[in-house]
Design a protein around this ligand. Structure first.
Ligand code: AHR
Length: 624
């Protein structure tokens, strides 16, 4: 096999091809990336009428009362905040009872580490209250203990620090009232002090770091379908997710669990800043999922036209909140939350694979035109609708052309064979039309495993995306996170449980690309020297890019054949002065689910040889 690189034929490509699709699916947020350890801290879980919903999913989910000395009631009179209407009332006949929370399937704690406990409380009947706060394990093992004293008669936040004496993955929190009477409690919270970058109300450090390690150039949030919800009352409104935690508005998640809103817009933007990624918020286009035909909520169409002005204003307010000076109404809210500097928002996605109906078009156009008029600096990313085989997203693209959109979001989940045989997908896209954000994709096998075969199909397809990096601006594999035992969708990029993070083979493909992006695509030709039939040619792919900033030349090679390929690389055109290069190789058997890339150093020159292992993805990086 030989590869010839034509150094003189190159083109500018996007420098931000690899990013992250974050959706609160598979317990990705509460119980996942969001570091809160208490499940249902605000007593806001609500029974859903969706088919298959958990009948015990109610305000007391994840809580229990131990001991006969104490009873509980869920109440809503005089709540802490109207957005957070439920709280627990404990009637204590004598001390000895405990209010217990087992976290999201157990509270993981580490010996010697500190945890911030907080709660809102008020005494309703009786003298000033005192509560023992304990981290417990097994029958009666106390792992940490502190006291909250002098609880008064109005809602007030109380906090304390706990230090765990042992490393345990299934501790529980127990609150033991020490005085007779009636107490109300809400927003009972426990956070590790070691969050990602030490942020208050922060993210789980190991998960956030694993994502950051991809080196993503952008983060899309909050979905996916979560962004538009499955009914008008389930649309994700960013304003409900900022400000004090007790004032945020939790809601049912379209994936049939709960969103506390604790991981809200402020936290998403802050994470983007922390990892140097562009924030890409996706707002609903004034319609819920498929104009509501995919949810349990019936055919509701879109937001009634008489309410659309308010909705459009909400979208405009998002730009002011993200970028406005602290003197503006919404900019001040960002500054008050701790970020006086603008977040420098550049993109807003409007809609998520919605059916392109008249209802959609009318509302999308309203939002788009308002954004164009008030914020022409913002790139609006439209949607071309859901994937239907053979349609080429016709209606979506018609609308994109009509409005001359800067960028559109395409989604496709397909078998590995599709990715192998559609490497020319973008070759004939109109270079003068909208750019593409491939916002969701993954190779799907029957049973939806993720393994080397799916990962290589994605790696191979991404070489073709790089070749079309003048049309495709960004890509993000989807979904990103999945908690073991709480997964609604497979495959995902990173699996995790309460204590472990388990990146998939596909994750390493993303990471290898994330660290080896370029800004110029250099033409190259691969020649199988007649050794193979046409049918297998598609299983070998190459992409050569240059990173002008670092002066690196990066050669990506994918071999999806079951045999090794001795490959001669003729790169004299590139005028390489380096004699050594770093090579990173991901290889194994197609069914392998656990693999790590291996790095070594190789000798390079104007004409050199490498062996491409069977079923492998190799990156040769020449720092010139
Ligand atoms: O990635 C999972 C789901 O797939 C997204 O929520 C949706 O946009 C798509 O259908």
């Amino acid at each position: 096999v030989s590869l010839s690189v034509e150094g003189s034929k190159s083109k500018k490509i996007s420098e931000q091809l690899i990013g992250i699709f974050f959706e609160d699916i598979n317990y990705a947020a509460d119980g996942g990336l969001y570091a809160e350890l208490i499940e249902n801290r605000g007593f806001e879980y609500a029974l859903s009428d969706k088919k298959g919903s958990d009948p015990d999913w109610n305000s007391f989910k994840a809580w229990a009362v131990k001991g006969d000395q104490m009873t509980h009631r869920i109440k809503t009179e005089n709540p802490l905040h109207p957005n957070n209407p439920h709280y627990v009332e404990l009637t204590v006949a004598d001390k000895g009872g405990a209010l217990v929370n087992e976290g999201f399937g157990g509270i993981p704690v580490k010996a010697g580490e500190k945890y911030d406990f907080s709660m809102f409380a008020k005494v309703m009947k009786g003298r000033k209250g005192k509560i023992l706060v304990r981290l417990m394990h097994g029958d009666n093992e106390v792992l940490a203990e502190t006291e909250i004293k002098r609880i008064g008669s109005g809602w007030k936040q109380y906090s304390a620090e706990l230090t765990a004496s042992k490393t345990i993955d299934n501790a529980r929190l127990e609150l033991l009232p020490q005085s007779k009477g009636t107490l109300a409690l809400d927003m009972i919270s426990l956070f590790p002090q070691k969050t990602f970058r030490g942020r208050t109300n922060g993210l789980r450090a190991d998960l956030a770091q694993t994502i950051a390690d991809i080196n993503p150039k952008f983060v899309r949030f909050p979905g996916g379908c979560v962004a538009h919800g499955d009914g008008l009352d389930n649309i994700y409104h960013w304003k409900n997710t900022i400000g004090p935690l007790e004032a945020r508005k939790p809601q049912r998640n379209i994936w049939n669990y709960h969103q506390s809103g604790g991981l809200g817009y402020y936290e998403y933007f802050q994470y983007c800043m922390d990892i140097g990624a562009e924030p890409i918020p996706i707002v609903a286009a004034g319609v819920p999922c498929q104009n509501s035909s995919c949810g349990g909520a019936g055919q509701q169409g879109g937001i009634p036209m008489e309410h659309m002005d308010d909705y459009v204003q909400d979208v405009l307010d998002l730009i002011e909140w993200a970028n406005g000076s602290p003197d503006t109404y919404w900019g001040k809210k960002r500054a008050d939350a701790g970020h006086p500097e603008p977040f420098n928002l550049k993109y807003v996605g409007v809609g998520n694979e919605d059916l392109i109906t008249d209802v959609f078009e009318e509302r999308f156009t309203m939002i788009y035109e308002a954004l164009q008029e008030k914020h022409p600096e913002i790139v609006v990313i439209g949607t071309v609708g859901p994937w239907f085989e053979g349609t080429d997203y016709r209606e979506g693209w018609d609308l994109a052309r009509k409005l001359d959109l800067a960028m559109v979001d395409e989604h496709y989940y397909q078998p590995p064979g599709w990715f192998i045989y559609n490497q020319n997908y973008y070759d004939n896209y109109d270079r003068n039309s909208s750019k593409v954000y491939l916002g969701e994709y993954a190779a799907h096998l029957p049973g939806r495993p993720t393994n080397l075969e799916t990962a290589l199909a994605e790696a191979l397809y991404l070489t073709a995306v790089e070749r079309n990096g003048d049309v495709v601006e960004m890509t993000s594999y989807a979904p990103l996170l999945a908690k073991e035992r709480f997964t609604q969708w497979n495959p995902d990029l990173i699996y995790f449980n309460n204590t472990e993070v388990k990146p998939t083979v596909g994750y390493y493909v993303q990471k290898m690309y994330g660290h080896n992006m370029g800004d110029r695509y250099i033409n190259s030709r691969i020649d199988l020297n007649g050794d193979y039939e046409k049918a297998v040619e598609n299983r070998v792919a190459v992409s050569v890019v240059k990173d002008s900033q670092g002066q690196a030349l990066i050669i990506k090679l994918v071999n999806m054949l079951p045999v090794a390929l001795q490959t001669g690389l003729k790169v004299e055109d590139l005028k390489i002065s380096a004699t050594r290069a770093t090579r990173t190789v991901l290889t194994g058997h197609p069914g392998d689910k656990k693999l790590l890339p291996v790095e070594d150093e190789i000798v390079v020159g104007s004409d050199f040889e490498v062996e491409l292992a069977p079923y492998s993805f190799s990156i040769i990086r020449i720092e010139n």
